[in-house]
Design a protein around this ligand. Structure first.
Ligand code: SF4
Ligand code: SF4
Ligand code: SF4
Length: 187
């Protein structure tokens, strides 16, 4: 269609399920509510994608999501509703395994979905410099100077600031006891 265009560059540090959720959130606000497919279809798609990013998703929901997206695209009244399912349909088409990993293994490979990740400090790499302690506004990191620090997961809000500030690559993202790829976590 004639209109504005843009390019968004993403890498393996972007979770495609979270990307679909982001766009659905935006579209939910933009829908005028006149027709049912767009008004309720976006709500329901957002509910399913949210369930998936929070570890409650099922494979049945994934099929329902696809069917719902196709139905909204076919039946919504105007261009906004007809294109609203695109983020879901294209991420499902090209990144379906990412959805499936969230559902089957409760893992976010990109380390983005906060409900299913935790932050922790690798005691082998941490030298106790204290930089992360000063960066954490939630007071979630404790430790003695020059000693390995630890993150209190009760207080941690998973903002990722400590990970971006640690120069020693000591802060890792963990999903279901598995440390995610360090290269991916460098964000
Ligand atoms: S498809 Fe268009 S008319 Fe229908 S609710 Fe969405 S924005 Fe409104
Ligand atoms: S910034 Fe890194 S090395 Fe320094 S205390 Fe924190 S985790 Fe340890
Ligand atoms: S992720 Fe954020 S809240 Fe959690 S320990 Fe790091 S800086 Fe603190």
């Amino acid at each position: 269609m004639v209109g504005s265009g843009g390019v968004v560059v993403m890498d393996e540090g972007s979770c495609m399920v979270d990307v679909a959720k982001y766009f659905l959130n935006f579209l939910q606000d933009e829908s005028c509510g006149k027709c049912v497919p767009c008004r309720l279809g976006i709500d329901r798609m957002l509910e399913i994608v949210t369930d998936i990013t929070e570890g409650r998703g099922t494979l049945q929901q994934l099929d329902l999501l696809e069917e719902l997206a196709e139905t909204v695209a076919e039946t919504a009244l105007c261009g906004l509703g007809k294109t609203a399912p695109n983020p879901v349909l294209s991420t499902l088409r090209y990144f379906r395994p990412e959805y499936e990993v969230h559902i089957k293994e409760k893992k976010c490979p990109a380390g983005v979905c906060k409900a299913i990740i935790t932050y922790s400090i690798d005691p082998e790499k941490c030298n106790g410099c204290g930089v992360c302690v000063r960066g954490c506004v939630h007071g979630a990191i404790i430790g003695e100077k020059t000693q390995a620090h630890v993150i209190n997961t009760e207080l941690c809000q998973k903002c990722g600031i400590c990970r971006s500030e640690c120069k020693f690559d000591a802060i890792r993202v963990v999903c279901e006891n598995e440390v995610l790829n360090a290269a991916i976590c460098q964000r």
